[in-house]
Design a protein around this ligand. Structure first.
Ligand code: F0G
Length: 526
């Protein structure tokens, strides 16, 4: 293991220069291996004799390999693209293959949501970027609506002022009281001042507690975990986090952040003040099944409430399907299963078939701002390779009437049955098993009160030590998430075999035995 400490003046030959402290952490957890080959749900690394050791990979590239590592059809297609010398980068030219991907995705939206309205596609390179594109577009839409509102308020004020001056209209009886002023001039002035203040208010973003939407400067503001987010909070707009199990809180939060202004309406020689909503809400971004939070599915009821409250204030909904999409939940979009409709959908991870970095943001056509085509761009996004791979992945998922979705649901159910059996045998160790399709979580009881001091002291990283044990003792690769350290997250591919599930069950029973005995030496390899 290389040292991460660079001594002054010494050539750092023994030091990792790429993320210098990561190797130390991996070594501590027993996860410091280099994988040299990957196929299906298996990763291979070298053992001490130089041979290959096969590891069952239940991490599934954080959910990016729904078809497994090196799916033969994806690999053959990728090779054919390179052999054909198809341009990978030909920016600012026609990209009919990107259009073809958007059309395929629209067909899926139509089938799963009964959606008649088309969605336009903006391509990206990662999940965080796809979410930031959604945010950026939603903000362009918001400031454009704001400018329209400003213009119409200004015009109506001018009309009212002229009508009053020419004696063609009178103020409604209650108009002066709204601002507590004495005459029409003071009223017009006060309304203009209030408008200037409310229309320049910063946008409000909304997300769910436990959310994960990426770690770039914008998307990290929507990521709930404070250790990821707080150091950077001054770099982007404020986000309000809504508890997913108390969606009624959303109405309170929205009410608190809502801003209105008075418009002057002239009707039958009377000028009335009409309250109008200022578009302060940029977007509500949410995952239908939270991954990083330790596999937490949004309920239909919560989805309905969110939809209703957002509609009442014209706040667009961004459905982040970066992890839950591409069939993992048993349908292409996990949100379809709970009736959650997005104005935006973001996709990444498995869209690249495990070989490309592909991501896309879908925008409801009626919201789409045509300027966006020209004011947003990326050197790599929408490239000829990753976009065509995305098209191939969708074709493979959609083949045989969506057989892959049925397999994901069935394999996920089989895995969950096995994990529930483990829970039934070790209820003192396993607290919960939950999930949908191939997004499954197994939560251990909190170890912060463990009788074994070595376990207790490591409780804030507990799941990672459990991972280290499963890796050492059973050649199984499985991780918790940084935001749910007592929950192991299972996101294997649709190739997961019965034997893999049985092997997983046996390994977990062994781990549960170690935990029941509070055997720190075995768990930690001390
Ligand atoms: N949205 C969701 C729901 C995600 O799970 C992730 C990443 C992202 C966005 C960001 O995507 O990494 O391509 O920029 N999730 C990983 C995880 C890191 O561990 O679940 P990215």
């Amino acid at each position: 293991m290389s040292s991460a400490v660079i001594t002054a003046g010494a050539h750092p030959a023994q030091t990792d220069l790429a993320e210098p402290h990561m190797a130390e952490t991996l070594a501590l957890l027993g996860l410091a291996v280099e994988y040299v080959r990957a196929e299906g749900d298996t990763l291979y690394h070298r053992d001490d004799q130089g041979g290959e050791r096969a590891v069952l990979d239940l991490v599934g590239a954080f959910g990016a390999t729904i078809l497994g590592h090196h799916d033969p059809d994806v690999v053959a297609y990728a090779k054919s693209l390179l052999d054909a010398r198809l341009p990978v980068y030909a920016q600012f030219s026609l990209h009919p293959y990107a259009d073809a991907v958007a059309r395929r995705l629209n067909r899926v939206l139509e089938r799963e949501f009964g959606e008649a309205e088309p969605y336009f596609a903006v391509f990206a390179n990662s999940g965080a970027e796809a979410n930031e594109i959604a945010l950026k577009h939603a903000e362009l839409d918001r400031v454009t609506r704001l400018a329209d509102l400003r213009e119409s308020l200004r015009a109506n004020r001018a009309r009212a002022r002229t009508a009053l001056a020419e004696g063609r209209a009178a103020l409604a009886d209650d108009a002066l009281a709204a601002f507590g002023v004495a005459d029409a001039d003071a009223l017009l002035e006060a309304a203009e001042r209030a408008e200037a203040e409310h229309l320049s208010a910063p946008p409000v973003l909304l997300a769910l507690e436990g959310s994960f939407h990426g770690k770039l400067v914008g998307s990290v503001q929507l990521t709930h975990n404070p250790s990821f987010r707080l150091p950077f909070s001054s770099l982007a707009a404020r986000c309000e986090f809504v508890p997913a199990d108390r969606p009624d809180e959303l109405a309170r939060i929205v009410q608190g952040a809502r801003r209105t202004v008075f418009d002057f309406a002239l009707d039958a020689r009377i000028i009335r003040l009409v309250e109008r909503d200022v578009p302060v809400f940029c977007a509500f971004v949410l995952e239908p099944i939270q991954g990083e939070a330790g596999i937490r599915a949004l309920t239909e009821e919560a989805a309905r409430t969110i939809q209703r409250v957002c509609a009442s204030v014209g706040c667009p909904i961004v459905v982040d399907e970066v992890q839950s999409g591409m069939g993992r939940s048993g349908s292409f979009f996990a949100s379809a299963g709970i009736g959650l409709r997005g104005d935006y959908y973001t996709l990444a991870k498995s869209l690249g078939g495990g070989v490309a970095k592909a991501a896309v943001t879908l925008v409801r056509a009626s919201r789409y701002r045509r300027d966006f085509d020209l004011i947003h761009s990326s050197t790599y996004a929408k490239d000829g390779f990753s976009t065509r791979i995305a098209g191939k992945v969708i074709d493979l998922l959609e083949a045989d009437g969506g057989a892959a979705y049925r397999v994901a649901a069935e394999r996920g159910a089989a895995l969950m049955t096995e994990l529930r059996a483990v829970q039934a045998e070790y209820p003192d160790v396993v607290k919960d098993v939950r999930g949908r399709g191939l997004m499954v979580g197994l939560e251990f009881h909190d170890q912060t009160e463990s009788a074994a001091p070595e376990i207790r002291e490591r409780a804030d990283m507990f799941g990672y030590f459990a991972s280290g044990y499963l890796m050492r003792a059973h050649a199984i690769r499985i991780f918790p998430t940084a935001s749910a350290v007592h929950t192991l997250r299972f996101e294997p591919s649709i190739r997961l075999a019965d034997a893999d599930i049985a092997r997983t069950g046996a390994a977990l029973r062994d781990l549960c035995g170690v935990l029941r005995a509070q055997d720190a030496a075995r768990l930690l390899g001390l």
